[in-house]
Design a binder for this molecule. Structure first.
Ligand SMILES: [Zn+2]
Length: 242
């Protein structure tokens, strides 16, 4: 069963929009951007299986295969933050592909302490995988010489203590994790959440020039927000309401 709808937003940018009934995040695949045998970058693989028993990771695998991409060919997997619905499947990705795993140092520290307990509280098994490197605020340059992808890593805590967002400046794409959604913002009542930090993070993101806002989840108001005006209006609205 495939619960992901694949949306290609640019040549090297696929969004796998979660459409199951239970909870899971949207995943983003940047195919063929790394040098070497495993050239794909996957952001937020999501759950292995969610609270309704939907086979989230199998679904993502199949949706990717439909587009001609294999999990085995992932060289890097990035977590925007360490919540189960974003990184539970990291262990499987790493097992299958030998991919490197990256998240922020702050989030890793949180994961090792409170984050793992959070997984268990939700009845999940925390993935046994250590980050290969930490994502720091600033530019992360990936890819071969003729196919460079510059990703700006933004430190956007509030929903989780070490949440990051990813901004592709050239394509004007913003992957916001659980910081901001269509008409809504990330919860701050989970361990390590902070409303004031979240507000500050949203403020920072709202300064960017964004054509596509790719949030971590859908809301009643939608999923991917396309068009600078709509993105601007969304930031305006959420800043007023939250
Ligand atoms: Zn989350």
């Amino acid at each position: 069963m495939i619960y992901h709808n694949s949306v290609r937003l640019a040549e090297n940018f696929y969004c796998y929009v979660w459409q199951g009934k239970g909870n899971n995040c949207h995943a983003v695949l940047l195919p063929s951007v790394l040098r070497g045998e495993r050239p794909h970058v996957l952001i937020d693989p999501g759950h292995v299986r969610n609270e309704l028993g939907e086979t989230c990771f199998d679904s993502l695998t199949q949706a990717m295969e439909r587009n001609g991409f294999k999990v085995d060919d992932i060289g890097l997997v990035i977590g925007t933050h360490s919540h189960p619905d974003h990184i539970e499947a990291v262990e499987l990705v790493v097992e299958k592909s030998g991919a490197l795993f990256a998240l922020s140092r702050e989030e890793d520290e949180f994961y090792r302490t409170m984050g793992k307990m959070f997984f268990q509280a939700f009845g999940g098994k925390p993935p046994q995988v250590n980050p290969f490197f930490y994502l720091k605020e600033g530019d992360l340059s990936l890819g071969a010489k003729d196919n460079k992808v510059a990703i700006r890593v933004l430190f956007t805590p509030g929903h989780s203590p070490g949440s990051i967002s990813l901004y592709l400046e050239e394509e004007k794409m913003l992957i916001s994790g659980d910081v901001v959604f269509a008409g809504s913002v990330g919860r701050t009542d989970f361990p390590g959440g902070s409303p004031s930090l979240l507000r500050k993070s949203i403020d920072e993101l709202s300064q960017l020039d964004v054509e596509y806002l790719v949030p971590g989840h859908s809301t009643e108001m939608g999923n991917i927000i396309a068009g600078q005006d709509k993105v601007r209006r969304n930031f305006y609205t959420v800043k007023m309401v939250f």
